[in-house]
Write a protein that binds this ligand. Structure first.
Ligand code: K1U
Ligand code: ZN
Length: 173
């Protein structure tokens, strides 16, 4: 297993639509393990493949809240949203590709998703609360959409400028 580096916005790879995974292979399993390790280390509750520069449709998540409870690492390959509730909820979202910036996003409270697991089988589950928010945030990453795209233009521009500055500082070392 190895830690992968996370791309920081703005990066053209974070704006692209990812391609479906064609084969659920042992290499894909190794990639998913790296993604989970990278997510837990960050720390975060989700991570999508394009955030580490892999332009394929998969993401990982684990929204178990208390550190002492059993973890629930999930790997969703070629996810589809099959149903969304009419009821919405708002959450102050963050993103590992936009560190230390937050914004309120309103999304369906509950979603149903269908995906391929690492076992090669189709899974379907309903997600609510933080799981629903995270699953939709990660799904958006696969379509080149970031949480800041839901914010007003002034806040989005302010966050983008902060990230450009952060990237310049990091490049200088
Ligand atoms: O996709 C990502 O960038 C990961 C992101 C997921 C997410 C956060 C909040 C709402 C929706 C989706 C994160 O994990 S940001 C870090 C974070 O939220 C967190 C970190 C440590 C403990 C708990 C949460
Ligand atoms: Zn994100």
């Amino acid at each position: 297993m190895s830690l992968r580096s996370i791309l920081i916005h703005p990066d053209p790879r974070l704006k692209k639509v990812c391609a479906p995974v064609e084969t659920v292979s042992s290499e894909l399993g190794a990639l998913a393990e790296d993604m989970l390790e990278t997510m837990y280390e960050a720390p975060g509750i989700g991570l999508a493949a394009p955030q580490i520069g892999i332009m394929q449709r998969l993401f990982v998540m684990d929204c178990v809240k208390e550190q002492d409870t059993v973890q629930r690492p999930m790997v969703l390959i070629n996810p589809e949203i099959t149903w969304t509730s009419e009821e919405t909820s708002s959450y102050e979202e963050g993103c590992l590709s936009i560190p230390e910036q937050y914004g309120e996003v309103t999304r369906p409270s509950t979603v149903r998703m269908r995906w391929l697991g690492l076992d090669g089988k189709t899974h379907e589950e309903e997600f609510s609360e933080l799981w629903a928010t995270c699953a939709q945030h990660e799904f958006d990453h696969l379509n080149g959409k970031l949480f800041i795209d839901y914010l007003g233009p002034i806040k989005r521009q302010m966050i983008t400028r902060r990230m450009e500055k952060l990237k310049r500082e990091r490049a200088r070392g």
